[in-house]
Design a protein around this ligand. Structure first.
Ligand code: HBI
Ligand code: FE
Length: 296
């Protein structure tokens, strides 16, 4: 198989020029996956399962069990959809990769999660610049089984469609919210901080770093604080935000964001590594290993 995804164009975004693929929804070409593709899935799955014990949130692990994904082969989207639709009305759709933002938001608003159909190559095991099947399926899909988080993701999509109509500043604010929750979020449990962000759970290094390194800040989630805070795309995050519960996340998205965007437009963005005296600080990072510039 090893067909590479069809690159249509490059879009200048806050992450620089990223390949933007066709917006087409594609059938998962499951029969065409090679033995290598299935081996890459198995290797990443088994490695992350070991790393996430005691690190991933209880809810993430419970949802993963409910989805019954296994390491022995790449799961079939239509099998997962039987389970997911029943649980929260969400479904997976196959895509070539990154979608233009409005398409992405529209899918989320309609409870469709776009999953890249191809999986990384063995030589990309530890890092690749764009979301592949492992990042999307292993990282993003399980928590869509949780009704509250599923509602948050749909509300986020609706917010994104609206923000697209308001303008670029609103989109940047909203992208930061996605980044610091859906991709790199931590949650407080009785037994300590745990991971729920997809960008972390699909990465071995960051799963360990985000909880155990002294370098990063760990700060209590606050909607406007997060929406003002710049982030990293080329290295581990300098700051991780901690929610108390998925309900807290859902409640944060209930107000109309329009007045919030207007207020934030008058305030400076906050560098990724800063700690404010108004922050609830779980850990003030040492900043070891941080790059001075490159905050997005
Ligand atoms: N497209 N397929 C896909 N997956 C994403 O996670 C994604 C995207 N397009 C845009 C995007 N994410 C981010 O810019 C969001 O913040 C909107
Ligand atoms: Fe992602």
């Amino acid at each position: 198989m090893n067909a590479t995804p069809k690159r249509v164009e490059h879009q200048l975004t806050d992450k620089g020029y990223v390949p933007v693929y066709t917006t087409a929804v594609v059938e998962q070409p499951w029969a065409d996956y090679s033995a290598t593709d299935h081996e890459v899935w198995a290797t990443l799955f088994e490695r992350q399962q070991r790393v996430l014990v005691g690190r991933a949130s209880d809810e993430f692990l419970a949802c993963q069990r409910a989805m019954q994904m296994t390491p022995d082969r790449i799961p079939k989207f239509d099998e997962l959809n039987q389970v997911l639709r029943k649980a929260t009305g969400w479904e997976l759709i196959g895509v070539e990769g990154l979608l233009p933002e409005l398409d992405f938001f529209d899918h989320l608003a309609n409870r469709r999660f776009p999953v890249t159909w191809w999986i990384r190559k063995p030589e990309q095991l530890d890092y690749l610049a764009e979301p592949d099947l492992f990042h999307d399926l292993f990282g993003h899909v399980p928590l869509l089984m949780n009704p509250v988080f599923a509602d948050y993701m749909a509300a986020y999509g609706r917010g994104g469609v609206k923000a697209h109509g308001i303008g670029q500043d609103a989109l940047v604010n909203l992208t930061r919210l996605y980044w610091y929750t859906v991709e790199f979020g931590l949650i407080k449990q009785a037994d300590g901080l745990r991971i729920y962000g997809s960008g972390i759970v699909s990465s071995k290094g960051e799963s360990i770093h985000c909880l155990e390194s002294d370098a990063p800040n760990r700060i209590g989630f606050d909607l406007e604080r997060v929406m003002r805070t710049r982030y990293r795309i080329d290295s581990y995050q300098k700051t991780y935000f901690v929610i108390d519960s998925y309900e807290q996340l859902m409640e944060a998205t209930t107000p109309d964001f329009t007045p919030i965007y207007a207020k934030l437009a008058k305030q400076d963005s906050i560098p990724a590594g800063n700690v404010l005296d108004t922050d609830t600080v779980f850990n003030r990072g040492t900043g070891e290993g941080w790059l001075a510039d490159g905050d997005v």
